[in-house]
Design a protein. Structure first.
Length: 509
């Protein structure tokens, strides 16, 4: 996937002898584009283009990339700015108006919920339907599909499942069975049927929160999921089972399953699973790839984990797993750090409460940021209100990559950084969802999802203590050819974002 780049043949040049014509005649024959981005540094990771060009946009598509002057109904001078494909976030949990605003400010044009997913798929994005600033989409949620199968058709959101208290079967029955009970034969069939329905509904792959329901999912159920993924040529986005700090057993399990079934697998937030063993985990992934496994992975550029305090891992020996203590964990909404007593009480009384647990080291994160074949994502938690704090990664991840790691620390070239947030996510998804064949590239014929930024200014501003601070340096953002950000200001009444589904033609082999 990350070897030779495909360079499409986008245009031809013809030379002809013509009769002299007046300047007025020539001007009349020049096409008039809807929008022209004039004089920017155009960077496209697939073709390797890195040059000053004028970009023309018509009907939501890129229709010209030229060294010559071109005319538009709107012409925007972007001299001194980088013009890149729009950023694609493959892992974000905040399809909300505020979440989309922050991601637009961070340069994101497409935000996807692929780790947890949604079931039904069309239910994803209910709070932004008709008023989406950026594109959005989801995988089909194995966890929610499992709950429907094991609770007599009842349904609840992923957050409720992940944070449910370990209930007796008589109370919170569906959630408890989803998290802790191995499915019987009839339930297995229904789980498979539900997950398959989600794929047929347009789910972009299968979201598999394996670590959250580790006790319930056995090898047979896992194989069913991977078999379906292979059958529909859709990726499995997996939060692997997590053992004691750096244990690779969970990674080995899914790599072996992908190898035996032929399914494509994407390992979510690798640093948060590998911890001190990021070098070993990445080498195992690369070795599997060399051995024929279609596997990718991602990193988010912040050194803490974010989830609900009721998550299953906190019912295990979490202090040994993460090598931390309650004093290393914050309540996300207030920023307050826990004691053992307050941690236990909050987990008992408010299992939905979002927490931030600080267990990563910068050197682990930097190793994966440096790796050219590791996608960058945000893993942003839901951003609903300015009154409550949230972890900063859903607000500033992409600006942090370009500002801190590429510009300030020169950890990687800017073209490599752009590849990690444009081309590689598009390539990961384009077989399951052909819409992505037209995204992640800045070429003639591609969707006009475009991020324009000032390389000298771009920076993440959000912190754990003060998260509600949008990134700076994104000067223009176009989604489907329409300005969402223009001259650094958010266009308040523009909502060009669309929900992206897998192709209805993505049928069985």
């Amino acid at each position: 996937m990350f070897g030779r780049l495909r360079i499409p043949f986008m245009f031809s040049v013809a030379i002809a002898v013509v009769c002299p014509a007046s300047a007025e005649d020539a001007a009349e024959k020049m096409p008039l584009y809807d929008v022209v981005l004039e004089g920017g540094r155009v960077m496209d990771p697939e073709t390797g283009m890195d040059a000053i060009r004028n970009v023309g946009i018509t009907d939501g598509k890129i229709t010209a990339i030229s060294v010559h002057e071109i005319s538009g109904m709107k012409t925007i001078d972007v001299t001194g700015k980088i013009v890149s494909p729009g950023f694609i976030d493959v892992h974000n949990h905040s399809p909300s108006p505020l979440g989309q605003m922050y991601q637009a400010r961070d340069g994101v044009t497409t935000s996807l919920e692929l780790e947890a997913g949604s079931y039904p798929v069309a239910a994803h994005g209910a709070y932004i339907r008709g008023k989406a600033r950026i594109n959005y989409g989801a995988s089909t949620s194995h966890t929610q599909a499992r709950m429907v199968a094991m609770s007599g058709g009842n349904h609840t959101g992923v957050q409720n499942i992940l944070s449910a208290k370990r209930a007796n079967i008589g109370e919170d029955r569906g959630e408890a069975r989803t998290r802790y009970v191995i499915a019987n034969v009839g339930e297995r069939k229904e789980i498979r049927r539900n997950v398959e329905n989600g794929l047929l509904q347009g789910g972009i792959g299968i979201g598999l929160l394996l670590d959250y329901i580790s006790e319930a999912v056995d090898k047979d159920e896992l194989r069913t999921i991977f078999d379906l993924a292979a059958q529909y040529q859709s990726p499995v986005f997996v939060h692997i089972r997590r053992g004691v700090a750096g244990d690779p057993t969970g990674l080995d399990e899914v790599l072996a399953m992908a190898k035996s079934t032929g399914a494509k697998v994407h390992i979510c937030h690798l640093s948060h699973n590998a911890m001190k063993n990021v070098v070993l985990f990445l080498e195992k992934i690369r070795a599997a790839r060399r051995n024929g496994v279609d596997v990718t992975t991602e990193v988010l550029p912040y050194n803490a984990g974010s989830t609900s305090i009721g998550a299953a891992v906190f019912g295990r020996d979490w202090q040994k797993i993460f090598d931390i203590k309650p004093e290393d964990v914050q309540l996300a909404s207030t920023g307050a750090y826990f004691t053992q007593e307050s941690f236990d009480q909050t987990r008992r009384d408010n299992p939905n409460a979002a927490i931030i647990h600080h267990y990563l080291k910068e050197e682990w994160t930097r190793h994966l940021i440096l790796a050219p074949d590791v996608i960058l994502s945000s893993d942003g938690l839901p951003v609903i209100s300015l009154d409550k704090k949230v972890p900063p990664q859903g607000i500033g991840s992409f600006a942090k990559l370009l500002g801190t790691y590429a510009r300030d620390e020169k950890l990687l070239p800017i073209m490599t950084a752009l590849s990690k947030i444009t081309l590689q996510p598009a390539q990961l998804l384009e077989k399951a969802a052909p819409a992505f064949r037209l995204k992640g590239r800045l070429q003639i014929g591609m969707d006009a999802d475009i991020t324009v930024f000032d390389a000298a200014v771009i920076k993440d501003m959000a912190t754990y203590d003060k998260p509600h601070q949008p990134s700076i340096g994104i000067t223009h953002l176009l989604v489907n050819g329409q300005f969402v950000i223009k001259n650094g200001y958010l266009e308040d009444s523009t909502f060009p974002g669309r929900q992206i589904f897998a192709s209805p033609l993505n049928t069985r082999k």
